[in-house]
Design a protein around this ligand. Structure first.
Ligand code: ATP
Ligand code: MG
Length: 434
């Protein structure tokens, strides 16, 4: 043994700890989201964080940023036959949900509305609003073909943003596009490749490589030098046939009827290969180039592509970290919850006499933080104040001798009163917030 002190280890770069009081914001946001999801009839789904690598390669597409560069993929240890599985940390959850519903024949009897929360992993350059472990809330409406459900998920997202205190136009805006079907994308692809070939010298390395493998993705480029070229590219919208246009117009008509504002962005293609028809993003100008807080669309071919019985579907994913950054930016996050009361216990030996009263308070719904570890009256009062509680309960020797507790208001003034320990339910309500 050496007595050399060990260096403490640190979290993996781009992967964050979430400690109080920040964690309270997460809980608040998650509760808000659940409330909205439940009002639209969406049910929770939980799938593993680790999936076979092939699921993402097949689902997301080989020539995408995620699969080419960002995936945490590894070979598991070999089993006794020397076979090692290729596994990956999920970079997104739609592929996992599709695998799960297929594996459990979950769409056999009825279409399903599902939602999830959870961590995703992408090896990106960490910066504000972009991490290597980040979190998403997402929804998947599986087995629905019509524009009605596209409009529903957009409407639900819009309500969520509004109920969180974000205003359309001012804080977030909705962009919409239609990617058509496979044949339409093929026809557009020809024209797009011709256009890109004309500007070949301009293309960056990524775009050069994708010119023939995934030209649509070139339009997704964030390279400022390519914006003019991308804006002038042939638009997929001009290649849409009657059925795709009818679908797109169907979505638009519903959104118009409920007054949801959007702009059509012909260059919106999204970073994953599985989308068709409707795609959309909620974007903010307040987070720089990490401005997409929510993105989604229809993926009618994915379930079949992953070996399931063909079924249409639509969904979106919302970045929790970006939502919190945005909400913070616009001042829409409430203060972290404080306990209702802080129990001051001058003599720890009295604990057995006062604990039943604290439990009775908790039984009545009062949030009680009990002082632990002894210490002077003064230091305990300081802690009571710092806790943010509205009342201190003082279990002093005199009070306890009379079978009482002193209730001292800490915030809004008012007089200290004594209350009987034997009848907590009769006065518990006065400690709850109005
Ligand atoms: P971007 O264009 O910003 O890279 P994306 O198109 O890759 O986003 P999606 O795959 O659609 O993002 O994921 C849905 C949402 O998840 C995004 O809109 C964003 O809010 C969030 N998100 C994606 N990648 C990250 C990341 N690395 N860190 C934090 N949030 C992320
Ligand atoms: Mg990305």
């Amino acid at each position: 043994m050496t007595d050399k002190k060990m260096q403490p280890l640190q979290a993996v770069k781009g992967m964050n700890d979430i400690l109080p009081p920040e964690s309270a914001r997460w809980e608040w946001l998650e509760a808000k989201m659940r409330g909205v999801l439940q009002r639209y009839g969406y049910q929770n789904v939980r799938t593993p964080i680790v999936e076979p690598t092939a699921l993402f390669v097949r689902g997301i597409g080989e020539v995408t940023d995620i699969v080419e560069k960002e995936m945490y993929a590894f070979e598991d240890r070999a089993d006794k036959h020397g076979q090692a599985e290729h596994l990956a940390l999920r970079p997104e959850m739609t592929a996992g949900v599709v695998r799960a519903v297929t594996e459990h024949s979950f769409l056999r009897d009825a279409p399903r509305r599902l939602y999830y929360f959870g961590p995703m992993f992408r090896r990106e350059k960490p910066q504000k609003g972009r991490y290597r472990q980040f979190h998403q809330m997402g929804v998947e409406a599986l087995g629905f073909a019509g524009p009605d459900v596209d409009a529903e998920v957009i409407l639900m997202g819009s309500r969520l943003l509004r109920e969180l205190g974000l205003r359309a136009g001012e804080h977030v805006r909705l962009e919409l596009n239609c990617l058509g079907d496979l044949a339409e994308r093929r026809a557009h692809r020809e024209a797009l490749i011709a256009h890109l070939e004309q500007h070949k010298a301009l293309l960056d390395e990524d775009s050069q490589r994708r010119l023939y493998t995934n030209p649509l993705r070139v339009l997704d480029t964030k390279n400022p030098a390519l914006q003019d070229m991308a804006n002038a590219a042939p638009k997929l919208l001009d290649f849409l046939g009657e059925a795709s246009l009818a679908h797109f117009n169907g979505v638009r008509a519903i959104l118009d009827s409920v007054g949801i504002a959007y702009t059509i962005n012909p260059r919106l293609v999204r970073g994953l290969d599985y989308y068709n028809l409707t795609v959309f993003e909620w974007i903010t100008d307040k987070l720089g180039s990490q401005g997409t807080v929510c993105g989604g669309g229809r993926y009618d071919g994915l379930i079949e592509q992953l070996g399931g019985k063909p079924a249409p579907a639509v969904g979106f994913g919302m970045g929790i970290e970006r939502m919190l950054l945005l909400l913070e930016e616009v001042g829409a996050i409430p203060a972290a919850p404080a306990p209702d009361v802080y129990a001051i216990v001058p003599d720890p030996a009295d604990m057995p006499r006062l604990l039943p009263a604290l439990e009775a308070l908790r039984e009545s719904g009062v949030a009680v933080q009990m002082h632990a570890g002894g210490g002077s009256f003064k230091s305990q009062f300081k802690k009571a104040d710092a806790s943010g509680a509205r009342f201190a309960l003082v279990f002093g020797a005199d009070e306890l001798a009379r079978g009482e507790v002193a209730v001292k208001p800490l915030r809004d003034g008012g007089d200290q009163v004594n209350r009987p320990l034997s009848a907590v339910p009769s006065w518990a309500a006065e400690l709850l917030p109005a």
